[in-house]
Structure formats: structure tokens, C-alpha cells
Ligand binder design. Structure first.
Ligand SMILES: [Zn+2]
Length: 106
């Protein structure tokens, strides 16, 4: 292989490697046992630099006034690499809510 082809290969492979290895994502799942509310926090990072953070809430329609959420993390999902190409890890607690009860009956 000539050095010209090698450098050309590097030009192609390097950005591909950066795109493949760089991104990572962490999704944290929280629950509030007082109101049965749920919260998902997604944090994207690129080479350890934290990017935008997205909070998604699933709250009961009727919240008591002045309610302060007691967020409890019951599950964490981490992935490294593009679409988890390098590693994926999930850590879960046995119950979704801190008091071990299931979500409120509707
Ligand atoms: Zn709450």
C-alpha cells in the first residue's frame, strides 16, 4: 500500500472513528413515591463533554398544591459509542418506587 493510500484511508477512517467512539448517552429514571410521578433525564455527551440534557416528566394530572417531589433514582442506562456500539450498561433497582409499591391504580 502506498503512503498516499494510507493517508487517504486515515482521512476516511479517522472521522468515522470519532463519530463511532465519541458519543455516549446516559438515561436516568426517577420516581416520586409521594405522587407516583416519573421523570426521565437523558444526558448526551461527546468525548466526555456533556451536551444537552433532556427532562421528560410523567406526572399525575392532579398534583397536590405545594407538592415537593422526592425523586428517587430507580434505573440508570448508560451507553458508549454510537447507538451503544462500545458498551451498554443498565442498573435497576427491584422496584420502580422507593416504597416498593406499584403505581397508583387508575
Ligand atoms: Zn412527587
Amino acid at each position: 500500500m502506498t503512503s498516499k493510500w494510507k493517508s487517504l484511508l486515515m482521512i476516511v477512517l479517522l472521522p468515522a472513528g470519532i463519530v463511532l467512539v465519541g458519543p455516549s448517552q446516559k438515561v436516568e429514571h426517577y420516581s416520586c413515591h409521594k405522587c407516583r410521578g416519573l421523570k426521565d433525564v437523558t444526558v448526551n455527551a461527546f468525548f466526555g463533554i456533556t451536551g444537552k440534557r433532556r427532562d421528560v416528566f410523567q406526572l399525575p394530572t392532579q398534583l397536590m398544591e405545594g407538592h415537593v417531589h422526592d425523586w428517587w433514582r430507580y434505573s440508570v442506562y448508560r451507553q458508549n459509542g454510537l447507538f451503544g456500539s462500545l458498551s451498554k450498561r443498565v442498573a435497576c433497582k427491584p422496584t420502580q418506587f422507593q416504597d416498593g409499591q406499584k403505581s397508583a391504580e387508575h
